[in-house]
Ligand binder design. Structure first.
Ligand SMILES: [Zn+2]
Length: 326
């Protein structure tokens, strides 16, 4: 965090979550992955019956450089600001599960929001479907890249107050919303019993297509199916109940990132936690270390999101589509 960021952050005092009915969202600048075909990789999946070390269970790129980075010109549609904002209570939410495709997805798209949650006492666990091995120097063994990126994600998670990160070991660049992936996410849901799941939209954002990486959409579609109906249906993936004793669980709320702008109905004011989000992003050194002005670019993106969401001048925001799944 540089001094300039600190001085700007000192002006901010409050954190808000608001519904944004009619809000025209703003696609993230960096929440994007464009990857080649993953090379052969041997995965070590969690075997059936293996206990995850999940806390609090009751009863027990290189990422593509930012587009137009050097020019600072971002071509986005002109959108109307949000007009009817409401505060979002979080007092009934004790546990949140975040499901992403790749290491760093959550930090580009939602680390500010996660920080507000952990700061309020909510327990958050990350579930990352791949280990991000289909990135970086092609001469680097994918196993090496995977271990590097896992370590970076764990460090970033610790920065925002998340103590547990699970990697499901599905192939980067070839992720599909398979029954196997649905089962693996369902297993995590039934163990951790989250009240809220945050994942990526399975829909395409046609206004900014590159945010809709197929892996992101696959992770979102599988997570959506795990939330409803798999986690709550005792007949879904019966081995989870029969062999592992995992009881059905109902997730009450689903938050979707990077979806079509017209779907986004919640804006989270992340102004006060911007330094933490930036620190989390910098933990992904293999993905962000080469970017000359990460702080400025992220700040600009979040400020524009806030402006288009109707927040006061000087605020920073992340936006989501929130769906009741109770
Ligand atoms: Zn990604």
């Amino acid at each position: 965090m540089d001094a300039d960021d600190d001085s700007r952050m000192s002006e901010s005092k409050t954190i808000h979550e608001r519904s944004t009915t009619g809000q025209k969202g703003f696609p993230p600048l960096f929440g994007i992955c464009r990857r080649g075909t993953a090379r052969s990789f041997t995965w070590s999946r969690p075997a059936l019956g293996v206990q995850f070390a999940l806390p609090g269970i009751p009863g027990d790129r290189p990422r593509d450089p930012p587009r137009n980075h050097s020019s600072g010109t971002y071509h986005r549609p002109t959108l109307s600001p949000m007009t009817d904002a409401l505060d979002e209570p979080t007092r009934d939410v004790q546990r949140v599960l975040v499901v992403t495709a790749h290491p760093d997805d959550v930090d580009f798209g939602a680390a500010g929001t996660v920080t507000t949650w952990t700061a309020s006492g909510i327990e958050v666990v990350y579930c990352v479907c791949t280990s991000g091995e289909a990135s970086g120097d092609p001469t680097t063994p994918p196993e090496t890249t995977a271990r590097t990126r896992e370590a970076e994600q764990r460090a970033a998670a610790a920065t925002v107050g998340v103590r547990e990160v699970l990697f499901l070991g599905h192939p980067d660049g070839r992720l599909t919303p398979s029954l196997e992936l649905r089962r693996d996410i369902t297993r995590v849901i039934r163990r951790f019993r989250p009240h809220r799941v945050l994942t990526w939209s399975p829909e395409i954002n046609w206004e900014f297509l590159v945010t809709s990486h197929p892996d992101h959409r696959a992770a979102g579609e599988a997570a959506l199916a795990a939330v409803y109906p798999d986690a709550r249906n005792p007949h879904a993936h019966p081995e989870l109940l029969v062999d592992e004793g995992l009881q059905p669980w109902v997730v009450h709320e689903l938050w979707l990132a990077d979806g079509p702008p017209e779907r986004r109905n919640r804006v989270v004011d992340v102004t006060d936690v911007f330094p933490t989000k930036l620190a989390a992003l910098r933990a992904h050194r293999s993905q962000t270390g080469h970017l000359p002005d990460l702080a400025g670019d992220i700040r600009g993106w979040l400020a524009e999101t806030a402006r288009r969401s109707g927040l006061p001048e000087g605020r920073l925001a992340e936006t989501f589509q929130v769906v009741s799944t109770a």
